[in-house]
Design a binder for this molecule. Structure first.
Ligand code: MG
Length: 368
């Protein structure tokens, strides 16, 4: 397959509610959308880099530059036998997994559309519905948080994930457990702690969260393995797992018992599938993380989460929670039983609202 035309769009949408994590408060999402065209079909991808580099070093500006100057010119010249080859072709670029993922996933969508099959089936997915969970940002007070949790549970979500940071951790976990004695909840620290904070997590143990996500440094595994020996709550790594080799090593040293998979973080779908397979061979459950995706990235997540190892509810929630403006024609919704349907049309299986994207894009480039 030869790519004939690649377009980049920078789209910035306001969030319905500001989203606070241990590192930043986000009020808007700016994502680079990628459209690839070949043989009369088009595929779409979405970069998950944040406006400010708090989660990783990538931003929409770095993604744009790497795509426009490096990856797109290379891939326009290439003959692509299968989308799984793209990550190998781009591997010489040392970093920039979110830039790589944006175009790699567009090529997967395009290839699945040319085959006439849903992306989920194309990558070996087995689920028709995926279990959904929701991530809730840090709130000003425990009192302000409780109605938000109730609202999300009423919406059908099977688990809630609460962001924590130093000073807003043990009290949050204790209040949630007191109010909801049986609720499966998990905590995400986004690397806000060090091993010296182990007593915080020992106290959190008593509140029985299902897991604690990325408590320690974003590039650490060793201290996570030490912390894991001191607490009962399973540790789930997110930021530390950059590829399948990281997953293998983290599991081997006992740094993680669950893995959060984000295709954007690991450079695309092929590597996400390798992380999934690495975990599955070792009996480690995985779930699909979220990066406040717009409709295109959300669709890719839903297809990825149809793989058999995604046995835990992920951060895949309804689009309407986040944005007033939709860029796809069939926004994702959560059913009463807390699941979401995997689209059955070809590729990502949703119609991309190209007119809206072209109208709201702050920046556009076309490469042939
Ligand atoms: Mg996380």
């Amino acid at each position: 397959m030869k790519l004939e035309r690649v377009e980049l769009f920078l789209v910035r949408l306001p969030l319905k509610r500001p989203y606070e994590t241990s590192m930043a408060v986000e009020t808007h999402e700016s994502h680079v959308l990628v459209r690839v065209e070949s043989g009369g079909a088009a595929g779409w991808g979405e970069s998950v880099a944040n406006e400010i580099p708090w989660y990783s070093g990538e931003t929409p500006a770095t993604v744009w530059t790497i795509l426009e100057d490096v990856l797109v010119p290379q891939l326009l010249k290439a003959d692509i036998a299968h989308p799984r080859e793209v990550s190998r072709m781009c591997a010489w670029v040392r970093d920039d997994p979110m830039a790589k993922a944006a175009i790699e996933m567009a090529i997967w969508d395009l290839a699945a559309k040319r085959e006439g099959v849903p992306l989920s089936r194309f990558i070996g997915g087995t689920r028709e519905r995926i279990p959904c969970g929701v991530a809730i940002g840090i709130h000003a007070s425990v009192d302000a948080l409780m109605p938000r949790i109730e609202e999300e549970l009423a919406g059908g979500y099977q688990r809630v994930k609460l962001k924590i940071k130093p000073g807003k951790d043990v009290a949050v976990a204790e209040a949630v457990r007191a109010r909801f004695p049986e609720l499966p909840f998990m905590l995400d620290a986004n690397s806000a702690y060090s091993l010296a904070d182990a007593p915080v997590f020992e106290r959190i143990d008593a509140t029985r969260p299902t897991m604690i996500e990325q408590p320690l440094a974003h590039d650490d595994m060793i201290d996570h393995a030490d912390l894991a020996k001191r607490i009962r709550t399973p540790i789930c790594l997110d930021e530390s797992i950059r590829h399948a080799e990281d997953a293998r090593k983290a599991i081997q040293i006992g740094a993680t018992r669950i893995v959060n998979i984000k295709a954007g973080r690991v450079g695309g779908l092929a590597e996400a599938i390798r992380v999934h397979d690495t975990c599955r061979e070792r009996g480690i459950p995985v779930w699909c993380g979220g990066m406040l995706e717009m409709g295109i990235g959300r669709a890719h997540n839903v297809h990825l989460a149809s793989l058999p190892g995604f046995s835990l509810p992920g951060d895949v929630a309804a689009s309407s929670r986040y944005f007033a403006t939709e860029i796809i024609g069939e926004p994702f919704t959560v059913e009463k039983d807390g699941t979401m349907r995997v689209p059955t049309g070809p590729g990502i299986g949703v119609s991309v609202l190209e007119g809206t994207i072209r109208k709201v894009a702050l920046r556009h480039a076309e490469l042939r």
